[in-house]
Design a binder for this molecule. Structure first.
Ligand SMILES: Nc1nc2c(c(=O)[nH]1)N[C@H]1C(S)=C(S)[C@@H](COP(=O)(O)O)O[C@H]1N2
Ligand SMILES: [Mo]
Length: 223
């Protein structure tokens, strides 16, 4: 009898403690435990998602997760439309990549998302396609040669440093345009258009910034 009483005396506080801890944990809107931002990945020190400077053309965009659709259009055999959930439930890829803005700051982040190549391959690439144009919720756009997205593992990210991308950073998706200047890293992406118009120029590209935008070259178009 004394043993049972002892057990109860010991167990009750332990159970209460467990309950209190579970109750205190942060939850997201779906009731799942909220992730924390990671500071290091496989030995690489990461920047914080708060280290970005917000200087988007129309300020932060607030995209509704449930009504959001990503379109794959243009010169494709089967135009596609994806919901947010269809994208985040696909096979995901992670990598650490540094974004460099032409203003002189940079951030090194662990990005997680899907491969653009997989999405456009599923839509069926017409043989006339030369470039891939990305469009965003704020009217922004940018483009790349088809080879750039096919020959590199280019991620369309929905997580940064293990956190769901915040609205200011480009929720639901930001392009991880590695080796390219920051203005190629389109946020709030809504449409991927396959095109044969090699003369297409995106928002900053049509305002004098290099269309190639390679990090190891300058960001002004040669005259
Ligand atoms: N839709 C959209 N994407 C955008 C921009 C923008 O204004 N609109 N700005 C670009 C620029 S210039 C940079 S450097 C990166 C990172 O900008 P941020 O620090 O404002 O997130 O996003 C890029 N993607
Ligand atoms: Mo930028």
């Amino acid at each position: 009898m004394r043993k049972v009483v002892l057990k109860i005396i010991l167990f009750v506080p332990i159970l209460l403690l467990i309950g209190a801890c579970a109750g205190d944990a942060e939850k997201d809107e779906e009731g799942n435990p909220q992730s924390v931002e990671i500071k290091e990945y496989l030995g690489t020190k990461l920047s914080s998602i708060n280290d970005f400077r917000e200087n988007s053309i129309k300020g932060p965009q607030y995209v509704d997760k449930d009504s959001f659709r990503l379109e794959i259009t243009g010169l494709v055999n089967n135009p596609k439309t994806y919901t947010y959930y269809e994208i985040i439930n696909r096979q995901s890829y992670k990598k650490v990549v540094t974004l460099n803005c032409v203003e002189g700051w940079s951030v090194t982040i662990l990005w997680e998302g899907v491969l653009v190549r997989d999405l456009i391959e599923e839509a069926g690439i017409d043989s006339k396609v030369k470039i891939v144009i990305f469009h965003a919720h704020d009217g922004y756009s940018t483009s790349f040669p088809l080879d750039y997205v096919m020959e590199n593992d280019i991620i369309m990210a929905y997580k940064m440093n293990n956190l769901i991308m915040p609205p200011e950073r480009g929720f639901p998706f930001q392009l991880v345009a590695e080796n390219k200047w920051g203005y190629k890293w389109i946020k709030w992406m809504t449409k991927i258009e396959l095109s044969d118009k090699e003369e297409y120029r995106g928002y900053w590209e049509s305002r004098g910034y290099s269309n190639q935008a390679d990090l190891d070259k300058g960001f002004f178009e040669e005259p």
